[in-house]
Design a protein around this ligand. Sequence first.
Ligand SMILES: [Cu+2]
Length: 114
Amino acid sequence: MSIAVLLVALGLGIAELGGGTKNFTASAQQKAETLEVKIDNFSFGPGTLTVPVGTTVTWTNRDDIPHTVVSTDGVFKSKVLDTDEKFSFTFSKAGAYPYFCSIHPKMTGKVIAQ
Ligand SMILES: [Cu+2]
C-alpha cells in the first residue's frame, strides 16, 4: 500500500519534471526575436552582439555613407546599404560570426550565437 503511494508520488514528480522541461523549451523559443545593429559613424553598434540561436539580426545603416555587412567566413553578405536601408540574417547555428564592411574593411563587428 505504502509502496503504491510512493510510486504514484514518483510518477507525479516525473510528470511535473516533464512539464517543466516543456515550459523551458517554450520560453526559449519565445526569446527568439529580432535584434538590431546600428551602423553609424563608420562603426557597428554594438560591435559584439551575443544572441540566442534562432535570433534574426537586422543591421540598419544610420550613416550618410553606404556600407555593407559581409561575414568574414562567407556565411552572409548584404548588398550595398544606403542610408536607412536594412539587412537581416537569422543565426540558426551556434557559433561566432565575425563580419566587416567591404567598402571600409576597418569596420568590423561580431555576432555570437549560442
Ligand atoms: Cu562601410
